[in-house]
Design a protein around this ligand. Structure first.
Ligand code: NI
Length: 170
């Protein structure tokens, strides 16, 4: 059965997720389900566990469908921590949990993120541009934040979607 995506204004999206204690087969099975939910969304480039009501610090990012963007391909981030930020840039974001809107949000242009991978091994990634934005967006979900909470201005930086499939979602 497909996982249900929680959508704004569901209060559960404000919950702060807890660190994963053990990376094991049952966690990997959940990650596979989570990835299926991400891939089922038109233009889905990322997903975080709390979006399906699992309040653990897990996110998946894959922006490689846009080959013009430098990226690591598929990244599974367990207990991710951003350890460095550089530059700030405004850019458009969408979210599976906010299906009717997109918005302009300021994000760091380059970040370093440390996390466990799905084998439980520590990894470190240097991300930039759109991939860095997607990572920051997903980690926000783990802290109970949506892009709506970070809009530069609700009046000028929030846009109603014409068609859901017309924008990338994360
Ligand atoms: Ni999102």
């Amino acid at each position: 059965m497909a996982l249900e995506i929680l959508t704004y204004p569901d209060e559960r999206l404000k919950q702060i997720s807890l660190p994963v204690q053990q990376v094991d087969d049952s966690l990997r099975a959940f990650i596979a389900e989570l990835e299926r939910a991400m891939r089922a969304a038109p233009g889905g480039v990322g997903i975080a566990a709390p979006q399906v009501g699992c309040f653990q610090r897990i996110a998946i990012i894959d922006v490689s469908a846009r080959p013009e963007i430098a990226s690591h391909g598929r990244m599974v981030l367990i207990n991710p921590e951003i350890t460095s930020w550089e530059g700030m840039v405004k850019g458009r974001e969408g979210c599976m949990s906010v299906p009717d809107f997109t918005g302009n949000v300021m994000r760091a242009e380059r970040i370093t993120v440390s996390a466990l991978d799905e084998r439980g091994e520590p990894r470190k990634y240097h991300c930039e541009g759109y991939e860095a934005r997607a990572v920051q967006h997903e980690i926000d979900h783990l802290d109970g934040l949506l892009f709506l909470d970070r809009l530069v201005s609700r009046r000028t930086d929030l846009f109603r979607r014409k068609r859901y499939a017309s924008r990338k979602t994360a």
